[in-house]
Design a protein around this ligand. Structure first.
Ligand code: BG6
Length: 476
């Protein structure tokens, strides 16, 4: 047996991608509520408030807000040991800067976590998953503004106090390293609620925003440990290991530098101080990052307890070529050794084993895979005689990834707490806003235009994953 008895098998979602009910229970408008539906190669629009005639898929999503009991029952049927979701900041502090939290929002998550516990499912909770209150964006400029650090810490502390006996595993900022790519303004908005202004040095702005977030995260970690010393509070990064296109020596440096853009975020959160390669860059470029007197001490004290990450794909770089793989998010080159999904994402199971080893060796912290999965096109028309969608491609994807994860545990000895697949139930895509980029073991009858009955149906992979969990990863 390679996985411990308490290994956390399960799935992961984010509030804004499935709850819907965007104006119920006193909820405020979040950045996700002003994002339209896009598609592969068609970026989501971030509108100036909610506009007539646009489709905003997160407003209703799959209405988990009203269906969570039914949905959690399906997760329990699959044998889930853990379920990751986020707490929508705007349900707790609708505008983000209120003095008092919204009781109705707090109560919703009480009920949700109680239901999970009743079913024997461990909640794993992200505090900030691409869903900042929109008011903090328009009035404060998001995490550019130091005041937002205090608002976040207040939100985090309110959640910690309220759910201290219900939730043990927390994460502060989802995929905090996405914004490393300053060429894609979408990440600045989704990660941190800010936009770049004409002519400014984007790198400098990013470092300032990141510093504010590191302080926010560290303060939350410190406060959380005081509230309940048993809390496990993690960072959360998108780990896409970087490969060199060739054995050209300069390519190795390019790959290392590209990976450092990611490590920067976890180096600070895991080690509690800035790495030398960044301090040197600041010195060389004359960057002055605004810090308050005890910020560095806060960073040193607020180190995370574990390393959570999503894994979807690897990146290929070269010192002489750029951006040729057609994926607007990766900045990389094609990889002739791996297949691609319909959305151009590279399918690389071995990269997951590699990622686990890279993180283990760098930080020697327990890890949790909190996202992994594949978006596929599936419709009612794909059903076979038994009335089920036969998502064999999804099964093949997970089989290959879990096999590699197993090698990392059995052969390489990595310290892994759990494996949570992304979107165990179909939900709204964060990148494209599509419903029809489906990740689920459970199909939800809804299309990109927002039409459908919301009926839930088990796909073939539902039964496959159930067997995987029941056999603790032995039966793939
Ligand atoms: C991660 C996010 O980037 O990947 C999720 O944490 C997101 O929110 C997931 O949904 C898959 O990406 P996408 O764009 O296919 O939804």
């Amino acid at each position: 047996m390679s996985f411990s008895n308490g290994f956390l098998w399960g799935g992961a979602v984010a509030a804004h991608q499935l709850e819907g009910a965007w104006q119920e229970g006193g909820k405020g408008v979040s950045v996700a509520d002003v994002m339209t539906v896009g598609g592969y190669g068609k970026p989501r629009e971030i509108t100036d408030g909610v506009l007539e005639g646009k489709i905003y898929p997160n407003h209703d999503a799959i209405d988990f807000y009203h269906h969570y009991k039914e949905d959690l029952a399906l997760m329990a049927e699959m044998g889930f040991k853990a379920f990751r979701t986020s707490i929508a900041w705007t349900r707790i502090f609708p505008k983000g800067d209120e003095a008092e939290p919204n009781e109705e929002g707090l109560k919703f998550y009480d009920d949700l976590f109680d239901e999970m516990r009743r079913l024997g499912i461990e909640p794993v909770v992200t505090l900030c998953h691409f869903e900042l209150p929109y008011h903090l964006v328009t009035e404060y400029g998001g995490f550019r503004n130091r005041k937002v650090v205090d608002f976040f810490v207040k939100f985090a502390t309110t959640c910690f106090e309220r759910y201290k006996d219900k939730v043990k595993y927390w994460m502060t900022f989802n995929e905090i390293n996405n914004q490393r790519n300053t060429d894609v303004p979408f990440f600045a908005v989704t990660n941190s609620g800010f936009t770049y202004k004409e002519g400014e040095d984007r790198k400098l702005v990013l470092y300032q925003v990141a510093h504010n977030e590191f302080v926010a995260s560290a303060k939350a970690v410190i406060a959380g440990h005081k509230i309940n010393p048993k809390f496990q509070i993690g960072c959360m990064l998108n780990i896409g290991p970087v490969y060199t296109e060739s054995c050209r020596p300069a390519d190795a440096i390019t790959a290392m530098k590209e990976m450092d853009k990611t490590w920067f975020f976890s180096d600070v959160q895991c080690r509690g101080h800035y790495p030398t390669y960044v301090l040197k860059e600041w010195e060389n470029k004359g960057y002055k990052i605004q810090m308050e007197d005890n910020d560095l001490e806060v960073l040193a004290q607020g180190k995370v307890d574990y390393f959570a990450f999503s894994y979807y794909q690897t990146v290929v770089v070269s010192s002489v070529k750029k951006n040729e793989d057609g994926d607007e998010f990766s900045n990389g080159l094609d990889n002739p050794y791996v297949e691609k999904s319909d959305w151009g994402w590279k399918i690389d199971p071995v990269g997951l084993r590699y990622a686990l080893n890279l993180v283990q060796e760098r930080y020697e912290l327990p890890m949790m895979i909190v996202e992994n999965g594949i978006g596929l096109h599936e419709t009612e028309a794909d059903k076979q005689e038994d009335g089920m969608i036969h998502d064999d491609a999804r099964i093949a994807y997970f089989r290959a990834h879990i096999s590699e994860m197993k090698k990392a545990v059995e052969e390489d000895g990595v310290d892994l707490l759990g494996y949570l697949t992304w979107g165990p139930i179909d939900l709204v895509s964060a990148g494209t806003g599509e419903m029809e980029k489906r990740y689920g073991f459970i199909y939800v009858d809804k299309n990109n235009k927002g039409e459908g009955t919301l009926r839930r149906e088990k796909k073939k992979s539902f039964f496959w994953y159930k067997d995987v969990i029941a056999s603790n990863g032995e039966k793939l």
